[in-house]
Design a binder for this molecule. Sequence first.
Ligand code: CTP
Length: 469
Amino acid sequence: MIIDLKQPIFSKIGEVADNLGLECYVVGGYVRDLLLKRPSKDIDVVVVGSGIMMAEEFAKSIGKGAHLSVFKTYGTAQVKFRDSEVEFVGARKESYQKESRNPIVENGTLEDDQLRRDFTINAMAICLNKARFGELVDPFGGVRHLELKMIKTPCNSDVTFSDDPLRMMRAIRFATQLGFFLEESTFEAIYANRERIKIITKERIIVELNKIMESERPSVGFVLLDKSGLLPLILPELERLKGIEKRHGKGHKDNFLHTLKVLDNVAEKSDDLWLRWAALLHDIGKPATKQWDEQAGWTFKNHNFIGYKMIPSIFRNMKLPLGEPLKFVQKMVLLHMRPIVLSEEEITDSAVRRLLFDAGDDIDSLMILCEADITSGNQEKVDMFLANFQKVRQKLDEVEQKDRIRNFQPPIKGEEIMRLFDLPPGRVVGELKMQLKDAILDGVIPNEYESAFQLLLKLAKEQGLAPKC
Ligand code: CTP
């Protein structure tokens, strides 16, 4: 098969290789994405010979704009110019040691190089030399497997995964991203080698997990992680959500399946990775709070608060970022039931104001999460909840327009209270501020300076304080 390589860069690379008398191919993810008509970014080039020498010559041929970086230890080199990034590597044979991901590398043929790659769909090469320009070299049926939507290793799957256990995560990530399935023996080998994931750093695992999270239907990846036995090894807290317990014929939801549904629901509405993480973790406190009550049945009291408390250690263990993303996910998990609880009662202005005050700028994300959390096998029930939820949204809009509570700034600041009554910072000032805030949120006074000032004078007088200026 001849592939139409449109970018002029490829013939340029081929020319340089011809001058050096070397065989040279574009390989891996670039070829896969080209055939799938997906946007492809970085270009990987395999040279049968020295990748570094080839990169040096290629950079020279471009001249000024090219930036060359050589990584001697890995035998690779990168050339950056304009918005292209080309990685050159010599074709190699690799074998791995048991306790490490670091391979023993020897020079090899193109086929040796293709055989050591992770999946058949990632092991195709296109020749760049002039005489065979565009010729696809596909010894393991990559094109066929793209058509079948199948992820399969080019050689014995046990060898592929045992050599580099990160590939087990990659298999599941590609299946999720591309909507492919895992060929049977490939899947079985993941199960058999699952414990080897322990030699992979958390940082590398999270890169793959985040790509699963960013896919159109992230649940696909989590179901595969579960079935392959990897889930308890990488995110045991999620594994604990699995299962249904019954007493006197009363069961609760399978919180794992519910969580995956919520995650997909959120993914339909938002690309925000951290909101998706919040969806994944929103019920993480349920196993710890589960109780049987003779009257109420199964309860998960305060699971949002317990979940909120669990999240920092989950983030630390997974090497997820501890700054703003952590705070955001915690906030979402803590508040995730507030809007729905509102929809079950008469929706008062003051409850909506308090919700706006607590959620601040994250109110829209919270509403997406909370709406996504409405899942049930009973469609009538779902429709009823969704209709009630619409009322909360409407009320939010009304209150928002009227009172501007989102990013609430008290109309009178603490410093002004201290100046006015000649008070030092402390409890009295804090209490006055709090009473003003509550009065605004409860709708006792409007959110404006003059009303707040009058109320402040009244509250201060009750405490025996008089203005000094
Ligand atoms: N590869 C591999 N084993 C790995 C990582 C990569 O065999 N653990 C090979 C595959 O042939 C892959 C190529 O190296 O196609 C490039 O890897 P990388 O850039 O990480 O991934 P891509 O396949 O390009 O996919 P993506 O950009 O979506 O990560």
